[in-house]
Write a protein that binds this ligand. Structure first.
Ligand code: AKG
Length: 275
């Protein structure tokens, strides 16, 4: 029996190559081009646009909608001024945007996650992350595990580019191998680490083409810059867990299909295939 958790090398791979798995273990992240075909990317984009239209007259956060804030500090949750109708996030995206749910619960996606996490896969949280042209806010250096300290740091995040994400419009930057550093202390305001805590010389941009995946370990240090270009940068993000921890954010006792009475949403509960 493979042990619960990841990585595993003793089982048949369902989606990834051994080289990709080794790369993930070494760097703590992995890019896979062309996971979604252009038609699927277009369908997801249209469904996000449909949902976003509901937020067009908002002047403050409501429900799953988070608006961009004014100024470079707009990632700071204590900054009050909002940019009316300009979305930063749709939280709980798999429950709000059906095409996002289809992508993140697809067989190919779960096969890929199984190669990284083992045969037990649980949903953890999800969002659409907008970085609008002409000022979409930066996201400072952080490790996602800092948000989830009540759980073992075994989550893996899948970040999918809906638009071309490059250094001009605020792609993700990462520090290869930083998942081996353990959890670094984060500041309280919009959890982040200071640049003095990061070996910036090792940071590299991680551009991703539309439909491509960026998969990262919850301890990898990463950030993204402000979008000063004239091109929007949208991404869809899902966090998976290999332990049966309750769904984050979304559940709160609501009756959501798929989520059991513990607040846990098992996505796959298979026996490992042995070589
Ligand atoms: O999409 C981005 O710009 C950054 C996202 C990110 O850092 C995160 O979701 O943890």
């Amino acid at each position: 029996m493979a042990k619960r958790g990841y990585p595993r090398h003793d089982t048949v791979m369902k989606y990834l190559t051994k080289t990709q798995l080794d790369r993930f273990n070494q760097d703590g992240y992995l890019v896979i081009d062309g996971f979604l075909d252009p038609a699927t990317v277009a369908a997801v984009e249209a469904d996000i646009a449909r949902k976003s239209a509901e937020a067009s007259s908002l002047t403050g956060d409501r429900g799953s909608f988070n608006l961009e804030k004014v100024g470079d500090e707009s990632f700071n949750k204590n900054a009050s001024a909002k940019r009316p109708g300009m979305l930063r996030k749709i939280q709980s995206a798999v429950f709000e945007v059906p095409k996002v749910r289809e992508v993140f619960t697809s067989t190919a996606m779960l096969d890929c996650m199984e190669d990284l996490m083992g045969p037990e896969i649980y949903y953890h949280s999800s969002k659409v992350m907008f970085k609008p042209a002409g000022g979409g806010a930066p996201k400072p250096w952080h490790q996602d595990a800092a948000y989830w300290t009540q759980y073992a740091s075994k989550q893996i995040t899948v970040w999918i580019a809906i638009h071309d994400a490059n250094a001009e419009n605020g792609c993700v930057w990462a520090i290869p191998g930083s998942h081996k550093l353990g959890l670094i202390p984060h500041k309280e305001v919009e959890l982040q680490v200071t640049e003095a805590q990061v070996d910036l010389a090792k940071s590299i941009p991680v551009p991703v083409k539309p439909g491509g995946l960026l998969i990262f370990h919850s301890l990898v240090l990463h950030m993204s810059h402000k979008n000063t270009s004239n091109k929007d940068r949208w991404a869809i993000i899902c966090d998976y867990d290999c332990l049966p921890n309750p769904v984050l954010d979304d559940w709160q006792g609501r009756d959501i299909p798929g989520i059991d009475e513990r607040g846990v949403w098992p996505l796959r509960q298979g026996a490992p295939a042995t070589v």
